[in-house]
Design a protein around this ligand. Structure first.
Ligand code: IMP
Length: 188
């Protein structure tokens, strides 16, 4: 196993090994199977970062369920977070359904709170969030629906297992954290 990697101008060191990701994912899956027994939830993965976690998590889910993906794009604008967001591909049949939003990471929470608002407009029966990673110190808006969290990590930039640094690193099987913080990263 490689403990240190280089992506572009940054050095990253191992933070969470794939065996631990797999163990934690299995436990979350078991919990979901218990919590959603006989309810046929819709899992909605938030692209791009969720793709590996979503796939591995759904292999642990044995109850009947539906699967969908959504993308939240953001561009510079004038609202409070400095960005205007747009939801792409949100299913239109969420009324009275149990929804589980699957995220790779919750950082400030802005993306998620925007998405949750869009989901609530369809009046689902329930909405919960399952995120592999959470940076509690970075959270800027409370997310009450955040029920299932794989790992709480420090407020540092991470790559691997779906997460990228400037487009690279999503295919790494372990999760790495940045060793040195350069201005380019501080702005992300
Ligand atoms: P939030 O809106 O600040 O919670 O940001 C959520 C999105 O930002 C995630 O879905 C990721 O795509 C991205 N993100 C946040 N922190 C990191 C990180 O440490 N590494 C890679 N992407 C990140």
């Amino acid at each position: 196993m490689t403990t240190t990697i280089q992506i572009h101008d940054q050095t990253f060191e191992i933070l969470i090994q794939k065996e631990n990701i797999a163990k934690r994912t299995r436990l979350i899956g078991i919990q979901l199977n218990l919590d959603y027994e006989k309810r046929c939830p819709i899992f909605i993965g938030v692209l791009n970062g969720c793709f590996l976690f979503m796939a591995d998590l759904l292999k642990e889910v044995t109850i009947p369920c539906e699967v969908a993906f959504v993308k939240v794009s953001s561009y510079q604008g004038t609202n409070s977070s400095g960005k205007i967001k747009e939801t792409l591909g949100l299913p239109e049949n969420l009324h009275n359904r149990d929804i589980i939003v699957v995220e790779d990471i919750v950082d400030t929470g802005f993306t998620l709170s925007y998405l949750l608002q869009a989901i609530q407009e369809q009046k689902p029966a329930s909405v919960k969030v399952c995120s592999l990673l959470l940076k509690p110190e970075a959270l800027k808006t409370p997310i009450e629906a955040l029920e299932y969290v794989g790992f709480e990590i420090a407020n540092e930039f991470v790559v691997g297992y779906g997460l990228d640094y400037d487009g690279l690193g999503r295919n790494l099987t372990d999760i790495y954290s940045v060793k040195t913080v350069l201005p380019a990263l501080a702005e992300m």
